[in-house]
Design a protein around this ligand. Sequence first.
Ligand code: ZN
Length: 313
Amino acid sequence: MALPKRVVIEEDSPRDGFQIEPRPIPTEEKIAFIDQLSETGVAEIQCTAFVHPKRVPQMADAEAVMAGIRRRPGVRYTAIAPNLKGAERALAAGVDKLIVFLSATESHNRANVQMSREESLRGFEPVVRLARDRGVPVRGSISCSFGCRFEGRVPADEVVRLARAYWDMGVQEVNLSDTTGMGNPVLVGDVVARVMAALPRTTISIHLHNTTNTGFANAYAALQAGAIHFSGSVGGLGGCPFAPKATGNIPTEDLVHMFEEMGVQTGVDLERLIECARLAERIVGRELPGQVMKAGVNWRLVSLEEWQRGCRP
Ligand code: ZN
């Protein structure tokens, strides 16, 4: 079976991971963390969110984070901006891409942003126009693309409809996000294939959660369906603060490890990414669920003599 030879890896932990941490993380720790991520070979880093500081206090330093990071050429530094005010702030801070988001279901959208999906879409129109005027691309994210804790299964046609609404307003990248981790490989493969077939000129990126341990099988299914842009969070840091019981971002280093073992190039230096996962553990002060950082990479072997002397891979 022909799999893509190469994928694009995006790191979301500075936003998706840190945003739900109860302890305020000092700005300089976030900056040092993003700078270290910049050296791993990831193509894109979701750095922060330009949201109301009362709503997400951990992201109140968005401007300072963007101003403080050392930008490595070739890496895109992105941020969430859910409305015009946020977009103005994000563009002034020099983001390389703006991210807007809505949910695939009405209930989750109302729980998350207290608006209907149509209201969300209308609110994005001036954001997209402003970003376009400044030459900055916009990603339209669709949360709960593979299931919603309020409404259950999401019809694939709904995901296609929302992806088309994004395209019609000038958004050329759509992110399908398994916010609740309810996806399974058959479903994810089907939805990804349908969106790609319906919108061949839209770039599709995939954000998976490992909430019920289907995250990696889902990534494989998305890859088979033709997706080549994947995001994760080192160590598996973070989740979604608004979806009941939703935890477990997919650990980026485990995803990179799987892809590389399958012969799919990621362009990522895995050892360096694992160091970032360890740094994330130190920042949040607890063990994270990433597996490769504990088990070691498959291609690091020990000789029998070393094993007998007590060395472990
Ligand atoms: Zn996530």
